[in-house]
Design a protein around this ligand. Structure first.
Ligand SMILES: O=C(O)CCC(=O)C(=O)O
Ligand SMILES: [Fe+2]
Length: 209
């Protein structure tokens, strides 16, 4: 049911599938309202060419292990999964038959909030990372562009309750962004579930000397 109406974006050098109806309206409304109030949203700074700015959105980071997550000079320590975010994690894991360790949550307060061109290719995520990205609240346009072939790009509107699944070589060959918009719009919550393997775990077949 949740994976109904799946759309494979058929991007070259990538594996991206969009599930518009992952959560029905009742579920999505409930999760938006509760997460908006419950998550301790934080304002981080970003440094661009030595100057410091407020990041143009609020964020929070959840993790199953104590592995911090670093990107753009920001290191985030995980909060535990509980309540609604845990419920969502369990639902996604059941539907995709995949276990996630971490979730980076973004709150786009209005059209001035955005997320610039990037790939989620931090080394903590390993090769060919799988990223399951949920939209709650206001729809926003999501852009893809190929890193090497300027002719390859794609736009799609991410709907309330939808899931965008990026895997395979998507992060190696493509960038994505949420651009600003001058439309007068309401807030949007985005949840990106990721797998960050625990460091320093001794493999079971290793020989300790
Ligand atoms: O808000 C979105 O849909 C994208 C978020 C994103 O790309 C990220 O957090 O890495
Ligand atoms: Fe991203």
């Amino acid at each position: 049911m949740r994976l109904l109406n799946a759309e494979n974006l058929n991007l070259e050098d990538a594996d991206v599938t969009y599930y518009p109806n992952f959560f029905d309206k009742t579920e999505a409304d409930k999760y938006f309202k509760n997460l908006f109030d419950e998550i301790p949203w934080q304002q981080d700074d970003i440094k661009v060419f030595g100057k410091t700015y407020n990041q143009p959105r609020l964020t929070a980071f959840f993790g199953e292990n104590n592995q911090p997550y670093s990107y753009s000079n920001i290191t985030m320590l995980p909060k535990p999964f509980e309540g609604h975010i845990l419920e969502i994690k369990n639902t996604i894991e059941g539907a995709l038959n995949t276990s996630f360790t971490s979730c980076l949550a973004n709150l786009y307060r209005n059209g001035k909030d955005s997320n610039g061109w990037h790939a989620d290719n931090e080394k903590e995520l390993g090769e060919n990372p799988i990223i399951a990205s949920i939209t709650l609240g206001e729809e926003r346009v999501f852009h893809f562009k190929h890193k090497y072939d300027k002719n390859l790009k794609k736009k799609l509107v991410l709907k309330h309750g939808s899931l965008l699944l990026m895997q395979g070589t998507t992060q190696e060959y493509w960038l994505h962004q949420i651009p600003k918009t001058s439309r007068k719009i309401s807030p949007r919550i985005n949840l990106t579930f990721r797998i960050i393997p625990q460091k320093n775990r001794v493999p079971s077949n290793s020989v300790l000397s």
